[in-house]
Design a protein around this ligand. Structure first.
Ligand code: ZN
Ligand code: ZN
Length: 282
């Protein structure tokens, strides 16, 4: 299994000199399984734009894949209208996620493609797009042998965490999670248990901020490290950094997180990780 980070920022794209090393694009991760031919994308933040360009170069005659949407906060879907494969007739994508506050997933995705926001409509996109809603706790197969398990994790308006398993390797994606004050979200622990790699929200730089803004539904890097340890994961990737977190701040966070959970890495834009990982951290 190969995991590539295309967007690791939360809230809003954050270009500029202070974010060049970690990256400024919002949430998007690509997972390849089944000899690199099965494409599973997690979230469609602004990072998905560059992924789209890369896929068209690799598959000029048509690309097929699945896009798992954790939730439809804007930083997780805003790149979708700029994902160029949607403009090609020979491309096919299945969008997978859940309803949000009673509104169908397809309706929410299509809602970005209306005047006054964009000059083209979702219905006119030439690619073959299928939207599939899943329930929390649902387990389904992608391709022949990639197993995906979902679970609701705590975040305002709802959020799905994903556990992807293939050929003995496990990648868990828990972006945007607010843990209870007296422990950790049980579903995050379950999804993450024994994973080769856990991607976890690290929005807050201090527990003080995390408690002050607990209604935002995000985590501090310290909670990510504690969850990784509790769930017995092999490696932790910190992600979904606040737009105000600079590269230098991420360096400091990583140093501190490694004191709690030594096998911690930063999900940097462009970083590729092969699972299961060797002893050396990237
Ligand atoms: Zn987010
Ligand atoms: Zn969110």
């Amino acid at each position: 299994m190969q995991v590539r980070f295309w967007g690791v920022r939360g809230t809003i794209p954050t270009p500029g000199p202070n974010t060049v090393r970690v990256g400024g694009n919002t949430s998007c991760v690509e997972v390849r399984t089944e000899n690199n031919m099965q494409i599973t994308v997690l979230d469609a933040g602004s990072g998905i734009r560059l992924l789209g360009n890369s896929l068209l170069k690799e598959f000029p005659d048509g690309v097929h894949g699945n896009i798992l949407i954790s939730h439809t906060h804007w930083d997780h879907i805003q790149g979708f209208p700029f994902f160029v494969p949607v403009f090609g007739r020979s491309n096919r994508f299945v969008l997978i996620g859940q309803k949000r506050v009673g509104t169908r997933l397809e309706e929410i995705m299509a809602g970005q493609f209306i005047e006054s926001y964009l000059p083209y409509a979702y219905k006119t996109l030439p690619a073959d797009l299928l939207v599939k809603e899943v329930a929390t706790g649902e387990r389904f197969l992608i391709g022949d042998s990639t197993v995906v398990t979902t679970a609701s994790i705590n975040h305002p308006g709802g959020n799905l965490g994903y556990r992807i398993e293939h050929d003995g390797a496990v990648f868990t994606y828990c972006s945007d999670i607010g843990h209870p004050d007296d422990g950790f979200d049980e579903n995050v622990l379950k999804l993450a248990y024994g994973a080769d790699l856990l991607l976890h929200d690290a929005h807050f730089n201090t527990m003080e901020d995390r408690h002050r803004f607990s209604h935002w539904g995000h985590s501090c890097w310290l909670e990510a490290a504690q969850v990784a340890s509790e769930a017995n994961v092999k490696t932790l990737a910190l992600s979904h950094f606040s737009p105000d977190t600079t590269d230098d701040m991420v360096d400091e966070i990583l140093e501190k997180a490694r004191k709690v959970f030594p096998r911690t890495i930063v999900a940097r834009e462009g970083l590729v990780v092969n699972l299961p990982m060797g002893d050396t951290l990237p």
